[in-house]
Design a protein around this ligand. Structure first.
Ligand SMILES: [Zn+2]
Length: 207
């Protein structure tokens, strides 16, 4: 028995996730298919589509190395566009969006650090990630986001264009971006391999 309240089409979030996964298993990459369940879910729950009254009529999964797949919907007015069924079930909130934009803003700093440290600073293996040692990224991000008032948040989301393939970002002049860039002048970073990355994030979680 699955616990929880029905969320959509009489199913709980867990049941719905499973039903969609089971449905998707029947299709190959690039195969186009219709799904009344996913179309209905997007029409009713997707943060952008539900507000604009638009919905995709068919779908396809595209292979993406390093991830399960890209999920695209066909919108009669626009053509194919990436759309996340998962975010209809577990929506990002404003805070998550801004945090993602802040990660994006520091990408060049992280990339540069990684290029200068090709070797894991804990064990000497090939480095794959850059960890924030002190302060942690979440801590810096929380401080940065606290600088945004209603007006700045509104401005940030007014820039958002769902149809663009570009990542949601904030302008360099945004105070949260300025804060996060400045904080990285002194933040302690560490290049790590995948196993050391997993180990240090679980250590932090249970610290
Ligand atoms: Zn390592």
């Amino acid at each position: 028995m699955s616990r929880g309240k029905p969320y959509f089409s009489g199913l709980t979030k867990t049941q719905l996730t499973q039903a969609i996964r089971d449905e998707l298993k029947r299709f190959a990459f690039r195969e186009e298919f219709e799904s009344p369940l996913i179309t209905g879910l997007i029409a009713e729950k997707h943060y952008y589509c539900s507000k604009r009254g638009i919905k995709p009529t068919r779908f396809r999964m595209l292979f993406r190395p390093g991830a399960a797949y890209d999920f695209e919907g066909f919108f009669p007015e626009h053509g194919w566009h990436k759309v996340s069924w998962n975010q209809c079930i577990r929506p990002r909130d404003e805070y998550d969006w801004i945090k993602m934009a802040l990660r994006y803003a520091i990408k060049p700093i992280i990339a540069k650090y990684k290029a200068l440290h090709p070797v894991c600073e804990k064990c000497g293996a090939h480095s794959e990630h850059v960890d924030h040692v002190a302060p942690e990224f979440d801590e810096i991000a929380t401080q940065a986001i606290s600088l945004l008032d209603e007006k700045l948040l509104e401005e940030a989301f007014a820039r958002f264009n769902w149809w663009s393939e570009e990542q949601f970002s904030l302008p360099d002049s945004n105070p949260a971006v300025q804060y996060i860039l400045a904080a990285h002048k002194t933040a302690e970073l560490r290049a790590v391999c995948q196993p050391c990355h997993v180990k240090s994030s679980s250590e932090r979680r249970y610290a």
